[in-house]
Structure formats: C-alpha cells, structure tokens
Design a protein around this ligand. Structure first.
Ligand code: DX5
Ligand code: ZN
Length: 216
C-alpha cells in the first residue's frame, strides 16, 4: 500500500516545510487542483507545482478538478507534474490521455461517488491509475462514503481479470480507522489530507494510517 498525502490541507505559506515533514512516510504527493467551476472552490495550479518541484523528489500526482483540463496539461508537464488525473464526468478522456502520454506524464482517471464504475471500465487498458472518490470533490475534511468500496472491489476484479497493472487509489475522508477497509477492498494508494496535515504531527499521523492499512 502507498500513502499519498494531499497538500490541500497543508499550510500553503509553508508548503515546502509541510511536505518535508511528511516526505519520509510518503510514497507520492497528491495535488488538488480546483478551478471554481468543476467544483465551487479555487485552489492551486501549475505555478505551485513548479515551486514545489525543486523542493522534493516525491512523485507529484495532480488531481484536476477543472472544467477544461486539456488546456492546462502542457503547463502541468512544464511545471514538473509526474501524472495528471482527469474526471470521467467530463466526457471522452482519450484525447487527454494522448496528450498526457505525449507530454511524458502518467495517466490517471477519476470518478465521483455518484458515477457508476461502468463509466471507467472501457478505459482501464489505457490508464496507469484509477482514482475512486470517496467524498464529493471540492473540500478536504469530509466524511468517507463507504458505499464507494463496492466500486473499488468491482474495478479490482476487472483489473485483475484483465491482468493489468493499473493501480487503484482512493481519495476523501481516509483516516487510520478506515484505511484497512480501503486496502481490503483493493486499493493500492490512499490519499489523506486533513488526517495528515491537521494532525499535531503530520509525520506521525501519516505513519498511523500506513500502519493501520498494513494490518488489513
Ligand atoms: C477533495 C480532494 C481530496 C481532499 C482529501 O476534493 O480531492 O484530495 O484533499 O482530503 P481529506 O483527506 O481531508 O478528505
Ligand atoms: Zn484529490
């Protein structure tokens, strides 16, 4: 299991320090990009990825909660993003996949809690990562929606049946108390924002989630 702290809940004024604290217990870093249209909130974009890039060796995974990801892919690649994750709710993602590959980035696809898993199954052979949202996107600190674990199990079965190397990641409301459930359902990567960065010691909190997941 891999842990991906989401910097959404970090102190943006001290981002490099916040990342450095969790880096020893992190496998990758989750960057939540929101445009105020696809979701109501505005967060950060390629400029922050570019600033972060020289401060860490961690894999920078950019979750694009934006209406028109295609126009931003070049900027994310230039900024040093290792992968972009695009929402299936926006329609045919194949042109975005092609662009991400051409730019040398990994390819991720994400679905929201109300979106049926059938929507992503046609694309499993073309992606590196399937992200299953366990909250409706827009804010950190929301409650985990356990029903999405059925979609994780269905995707896991399909990925294994097809012999694919696609990783499954889950995002939203992950804490030590449910990390084991997520891994047991078939998740490879757990995103955790508020549970890590709102803790007194983010590195300890990250380690606790990791330990709970390992017990699954
Ligand atoms: C939600 C974001 C999540 C968020 C998770 O829109 O995509 O990545 O940061 O935060 P927590 O772990 O606090 O639910
Ligand atoms: Zn996210």
């Amino acid at each position: 299991m891999k842990l991906a702290p989401s910097i959404l809940s970090a102190d943006f004024a001290h981002l490099a320090d916040e990342v450095a604290r969790v880096a020893p217990v992190s496998d990758l870093l989750h960057v939540d990009v929101m445009d105020g249209h696809f979701v109501p909130v505005i967060t950060i974009g390629p400029a922050v990825v570019a600033s972060l890039r020289p401060t860490t060796d961690l894999f920078l995974d950019c979750h694009l909660m934006v209406d028109n990801p295609g126009v931003h892919l070049d900027d994310f690649a230039k900024a040093g993003a290792d992968r972009c994750i695009v929402h299936v709710e926006l329609g045919d993602p194949r042109p975005l996949f092609d662009r991400m590959r051409a730019l040398g980035m990994g390819v991720g696809l994400v679905l929201n809690p109300p979106t049926p898993v059938d929507e992503v199954l046609p694309y499993l052979d073309e992606i590196d990562l399937l992200l299953v949202m366990s909250v409706n996107p827009g804010w950190g600190g929301q409650a985990f929606i356990p029903e999405v674990l059925d979609k994780v199990r269905a995707a896991r079965a399909e990925i294994d049946a097809r012999g694919l190397a696609v990783e499954i990641e889950i995002d939203g409301g992950i804490k030590a108390g449910n990390a084991g459930l997520a891994v047991a359902a078939g998740c490879d990567i757990l995103v955790a924002g508020s549970a890590v960065f709102h803790a007194a010691d983010p590195a300890v909190a990250a380690d606790e989630i990791r330990a709970a997941a390992a017990d699954a």
